[in-house]
Write a protein that binds this ligand. Sequence first.
Ligand code: SF4
Length: 287
Amino acid sequence: MDRARRQAYLEALGVRAWVRRDRAASPEVVEPAEDLESGMVTPGGPPSAPAGGGFPADMLRAALRGDAPVAPIEAPAEMPRDEPGAVAAPQALSSGGAAGGDPSDLDWPALADMVAGCRACELHRSRTRTVFGTGAQDAELMIVGEAPGADEDRLGEPFVGRAGQLLGAMLHAVGLTRQQVYISNILKCRPPGNRNPSAEEAAACQGYLDRQIALVQPSLILSVGAISAHNLLATDLPVGKLRGRLHRHPRGVPVVVTYHPAYLLRRPEEKAKSWADLQQVARALRG
Ligand code: SF4
């Protein structure tokens, strides 16, 4: 992507581009600061800006090749399960909370049919339609969000509202399209009023997402938002502590955590951090 086009996307995102002083006379977009010696990417600004995290680029590339360890997350077994905001208890990967049985051996059409008819939790009563997932079924990058909102519930597709438009713009800015990635959510039905999913709802729906991950076999999962990260990684740490580190899904897929686009719409000053996360992901996928 040429610099002018990328800059236009960045401006649309509200990500402040900075320019090296010695190049101020001929402005160009400079990517979020990268310390080339350490290989660390510092989200959100020039090298003099406070580091907001960052993981070694080489580590991510190695993890994608499967020849490097990934830092474990904090012990999930010690987390409270019954308190408000607690994450869903991890289910066995071979089982799945499903209305009509175990989705773990289903192909794409059968899985979509099972989700469309699912009544495994109370959310089936209030949904307009289920929101299965969209994109390339053999994508290198899988993006996992939280749950459908009002637009998604109406249209049956994930990330189609304002947050989805922002996600699409961010993908474009790193040279990806929605069609090149696979996008899904922790929940396939909208919680009323966009409330957070309960642990029981997330657990009931987990088998579907797990089967999607098994079918896509992505090289990397980008987990957007706390609900997604908490359920994928069985942790209750805030996104601010989870991003900038490399995690691993129980299926072995490396996971990068960043902010949900809806949060970025409320807190635009955080966009640069997610932009840095996405850029690092795109670089790693390009090898
Ligand atoms: Fe089924 Fe998931 Fe919808 Fe609950 S949210 S009814 S488990 S598809």
